[in-house]
Design a protein around this ligand. Structure first.
Ligand code: ADP
Ligand code: MG
Length: 250
């Protein structure tokens, strides 16, 4: 579903991704962990067309991100095509990013109606189904300010799912939550994984990574330091940098 080959990304003179190689298989829960500033968010933003890579190749579902290869040359994709591809990728951020002036239900129906041209009654029915799926069937009319952080994050997940993405990116989805609200969000993610969604999850929740993850990559300073099955990497880290990081978060 995702393949990175020697992906490089710089901001000005500062190289943030220094040759990332990894592969995410369809249906996998792929956990990305590492210290702050190691380039995790930047990598997710590259996958989601929010940043352009400077070198290497990045593929989603077999297609190059941001470019088309023709006659051995790369051509930048027109904005319209980028927008179409982005619809297939759902993203959930640390901050919930709901539209504050819209109810939970309206937050979920907005993109399917506006972007996909879905009929409003159909979008509402689908949104109600999604709200039930994230345990918020009774909150359809609530505005974000009338929801807890954990509830807002579950609405944000439902909103992403409303576009029927083939890949979900989670960037520290529980880091901004009060500890007692983290479990409900992780439960929703766990069920999504059981339903077969391909997910890349940046998280410090090592319990989640261990129980739900199929693969784990430890990143530091723009490179993949170590990767493997989560249980293996978490219980028997090979590299000093991985050991040092895990000793802080476990
Ligand atoms: P992580 O998510 O692992 O904490 P980030 O991908 O957010 O790391 O950031 C990696 C590095 O890139 C940091 O040093 C950060 O300051 C830098 N960076 C991120 N975004 C930008 C930007 N838009 N412009 C310049 N530097 C950036
Ligand atoms: Mg980040």
């Amino acid at each position: 579903m995702v393949r990175a080959a020697q992906v490089h990304k710089s901001y000005g003179q500062v190289e943030v991704l220094k040759g990332i190689d990894l592969e995410v298989q369809q249906g996998q829960v792929f956990c990305l962990v590492g210290p702050s500033g190691s380039g995790k968010s930047t990598f997710l933003r590259c996958i989601n067309h929010l940043e352009k890579i400077n070198a290497g190749r990045l593929y989603v579902d077999g297609e190059l991100v941001g470019y088309r290869e023709k006659g051995g040359k790369l051509h930048e994709l027109p904005d319209r095509e980028v927008a179409r591809k982005r619809r297939d990728i759902g993203m959930v951020f640390q901050r919930f990013n709901l539209f504050p002036h819209m109810s939970a239900l309206e937050n979920i129906t907005e993109a399917p109606v506006r972007v996909k041209g879905m009929a409003k009654p159909d979008a509402r029915a689908k949104a109600e189904e999604l709200l039930a799926r994230v345990g918020l069937a009774d909150k359809a009319g609530n505005y974000p300010s009338q929801l807890s952080g954990g509830q807002q994050q579950r609405v944000a997940i439902a909103r992403a799912l409303a576009m029927e993405p083939k890949l979900m990116l989670f960037d520290e989805p529980t880091s901004a939550l009060d500890p007692e609200l983290v479990g409900d969000v992780l439960d929703v993610m766990r069920r999504l994984a059981e339903d077969g969604m391909t997910m890349i999850v940046v998280t410090h929740e090592m319990g989640f990574a261990r129980e739900v993850g199929d693969a784990l990559v430890f990143m530091d300073d723009g490179v993949v330091v170590e990767s493997g099955h989560p249980r293996e990497v978490l219980t028997n880290p090979q590299h000093e940098r991985t050991q040092a990081f895990l000793s802080k978060v476990l």
